[in-house]
Ligand binder design. Structure first.
Ligand code: ISE
Length: 336
């Protein structure tokens, strides 16, 4: 069976996924694309031999579509996800699930009512071979009891539309999810520190870098440097400090180059470049679940909801600088 994909949102990540469906993914083809910008939808549809839609709900209900692939902006996710659930179609949704925890809760309620998982969320880092190896070394116990994790989330630059809050609910979301994945436990508190110094490269409305401190149920303390105008590259770091040993993500390149400039390794310039393998694997995982008619697996709506709860606490701390507790309701059986 070839899964017929309807892709909503033809911005940067949407177009990156379109290329992936064309060049890498097996068992699926993009039959429909949708964007509110008519000329973008028309141009992309003709390039990819798909049908153009301008209205997401119309595309979701079309017979051309078996599964819905959401790459639109966060504020419209809830409506599109609920429409796909109603049409009984499986959904892949780029992060965030929704901008607020309240909206994510509505998605949880709808999925619980349906009685089966219908959505895979785009937390692609869970499919990255480096993070998977880190998780493996934590779970075998070879590092001993985990005490600290140091993370850094560096982007070369961000567009003018990037707000201060997005450092938490657009960038740090990735660390929030991956900490829960690595440690298999929840985050219980968040504090955002604003260093007195900020880079001259950040637009005036931003505070860059920021440091976010998380604590987990068992007491692991995590510091996350968010530096989204670091200029030099897209650099994601993670070092896990155990009682017996320390494990960290390595440089991601397969080669280094020796020359008059020294011993150099290329540094990725975007998340699409750094996490290309992870994106390929998450999308193939989604397609396989739909093709084999399995309940969705991988990052879930519940993961999106919990991350949104942590983000809400982080946003409160961004305002007052205080430590905010995260209260997580009981997890429905569907997600256990
Ligand atoms: C962006 O939305 C992403 O998801 C990237 O992975 C992240 O590094 C960036 O900071 C976000 O703005």
């Amino acid at each position: 069976m070839t899964v017929k994909i309807g892709l909503i949102g033809l911005g940067m990540i949407g177009q990156d996924h379109l290329k992936r469906f064309r060049d890498v993914i097996s068992g699926a083809e993009v039959t429909a694309v949708c964007d509110i910008n008519h000329s973008t939808a028309d141009a992309v549809a003709s390039e990819y031999n798909a049908v153009a839609f301008y209205d997401a709900e119309e595309m979701i209900h079309s017979e051309l579509v078996d599964a819905v692939f959401i790459c639109s902006i966060g504020p419209v996710h809830k409506t599109q996800i609920l429409a796909a659930f109603k049409a009984g179609k499986p959904v892949f949704c780029e992060k965030p699930l929704t901008p607020t925890a309240g909206e994510s809760k509505e998605i949880i309620d709808a999925e619980v009512e349906a009685g089966k998982r219908l959505l895979q969320l785009g937390f692609m880092r869970r499919f990255d071979p480096g993070y998977q190896a880190l998780k493996q070394s934590i779970s075998t116990g070879e590092l001993g009891d985990i005490m600290l994790i140091h993370c850094a989330h560096r982007n070369p630059s961000v567009p003018e539309s990037y707000t201060l809050e997005m450092a938490i609910n657009d960038s740090a979301t990735h660390e929030i999810d991956i900490i829960r994945y690595l440690l298999n436990e929840n985050i219980t508190s968040v504090r955002v520190d604003k260093p007195r110094k900020k880079t001259s490269r950040a637009l005036p409305h931003l505070q860059d870098p920021l440091i976010v401190i998380f604590e987990t149920e068992s007491g692991v303390r995590i510091d996350d440097e968010l530096f989204v105008n670091c200029h030099y590259g897209y650099d994601i770091r993670c070092e896990v400090i155990g009682e017996n040993a320390i494990a960290a993500l390595t440089e991601q390149q397969l080669i280094s180059t020796r020359s008059f400039n020294g011993n150099a390794q290329h540094i990725a310039q975007s998340c699409m470049e750094r996490f290309a393998t992870a994106y390929d694997r998450e999308v193939q995982h989604f397609v396989n679940s739909v093709r084999d008619d399995l309940p969705m697996a991988g990052p879930s709506s519940w993961d999106g909801y919990v991350v949104a709860l942590v983000c809400d606490a982080g946003l409160a701390s961004l305002k007052d600088g205080e430590k905010h507790e995260v209260v997580i309701p009981e997890q429905p059986a569907l997600y256990r």
